[in-house]
Write a protein that binds this ligand. Structure first.
Ligand SMILES: *Cc1c(COP(=O)(O)O)cnc(C)c1O
Length: 387
């Protein structure tokens, strides 16, 4: 089976991981801070806090921005459930802003309209989580402008988008947000097996993130609440946190992979360009890129028109499988999951994302995809669309 995405592990990666395995520290050693510093420098952010997943990074990001019961978090319905679940972990209510039919990202128009309406109702969100779908950055300048006017905080879910930029600004710089989160799951751009990272330019937020990642513990004397002359306090727990640490084995893999980030994104662009031209004459929609954006191309999505003379999404998806191509669907809109329907969301609440979901298929795109494999994908698609 050719998957829609997969990791590439090199000899170099194995050597770096092995070094940690043979060292004094498997966790809480020197490699995690090294990985954090490298990513922060690359993105142009002041602080980076590595975690055991993007999901935990999103959770503590919400807490660091004081999200709690009675508050509202808005995100895109066209995302992985974690972008919304982070709000629920904090006891906040979650709502969605439908997507733009061209970028498949949260629609700026609909966000603006929803904010105007919410202000009248006195129900403005505390946090908005834009998701850079497939690696294409959202219009962060516009969202940032709206945040200044309406007073909400921004967490970029950039799980797809390390290596992306807009107007030459790197995603992760937090130039137009409070916090940006990356994922290092194996299907993402680079991997640490499991792992995530939260970036910010705010020292207080960074401190809070670092603390929440280790049980709410501090070893900074100035932050300790109890000072006793004759007691030894190496650390104090000053709030309730979690064990969300990344370990040094993961960081060694992540850091080694990170050295190939730009090369990986370049390769993804080459494959995307090949698909763009090879699929041009088929009755399907290939990804559209806004001007000024450079996508990491985490996904290559094609839209199969439903109810036309052409084949349905399901037909294409199933036929591709018969030919050993494991395409995937990104995403079932979050509000359509049973958990979210139980909270009151229903079909047709976000029609653009729902229409997109009925047409979309992610076809194989990853750096180690062979030229023969990408040609095979195109040939098979042609065959399937005509069968
Ligand atoms: C993968 C992903 C996550 C979760 O990442 P983990 O590292 O697996 O926790 C969150 N949001 C989006 C958009 C993702 O694609």
């Amino acid at each position: 089976m050719i998957p829609y995405g997969r990791q590439e592990i090199t000899e170099e990666d194995i050597i770096e991981v092995k070094k940690v395995l043979c060292s004094d520290f498997l966790t809480q050693g020197p490699i995690v801070p090294k990985f954090e510093q490298s990513v922060a420098d690359y993105c142009g952010a002041s602080h980076a806090v590595a975690t055991n997943s993007a999901t935990s990074a999103l959770h503590i990001a919400c807490l660091a921005l004081d999200l709690g019961p009675g508050d509202l978090l808005w995100t895109s319905p066209n995302t992985f459930v974690a972008s919304a679940n982070c709000g629920r972990y904090c006891g906040a209510d979650v709502d969605f802003v439908d997507i733009d039919p061209k970028t498949y990202n949260m629609s700026i128009d609909l966000l603006t309209k929803k904010l105007i309406h919410a202000e009248k109702l006195g129900k403005l969100p505390k946090i908005v989580v834009p998701v850079h779908f497939a690696g294409q950055p959202c219009n962060m300048l516009k969202i940032h402008e709206l945040s200044k006017y309406y007073g909400f905080k921004i967490i970029e879910d950039a799980s797809h988008a390390i290596g992306s930029s807009y107007n030459k600004i790197k995603v992760g710089s937090c130039a137009h947000s409070d916090i940006t989160v990356f994922s290092f799951h194996p299907v993402k751009i680079i991997t640490s097996a499991e792992g995530g990272m939260a970036l910010t330019n705010d020292k207080n937020i960074a401190d809070k993130l670092s603390r929440l990642r280790v049980h709410g513990i501090t070893n900074d004397n100035s932050k300790m609440k109890k000072q006793h002359e004759n007691e030894i306090w190496n650390y104090q727990q000053i709030e309730l946190g979690f064990n969300y640490r990344m370990n040094d084995i993961q960081a060694a893999l992540g850091l080694s992979q990170f050295k190939r980030l730009d090369q990986y994104v370049k390769r993804r662009h080459e494959i995307a360009a090949f698909y763009d031209s090879a699929l041009k004459n088929l009755p399907l929609t290939t990804p559209w890129q806004a001007t000024g954006v450079y996508s990491s191309y985490h996904l290559y999505t094609i839209l199969i028109k439903f109810n036309s003379d052409f084949k349905s999404q399901k037909h294409v998806y199933n036929e591709l499988r018969k030919y050993n191509i494991a395409s995937n669907i990104h995403y079932t809109p979050v509000h359509r999951h049973p958990y979210y329907e139980k909270l009151g969301f229903k079909k047709n609440d976000f029609p653009v994302a729902e229409k997109f979901h009925k047409e979309v298929i992610s076809i194989p795109l990853f750096p180690s995809l062979q030229d023969s494999q990408k040609s095979y994908v195109v040939q098979t698609l042609k065959k399937v669309m005509n069968s």
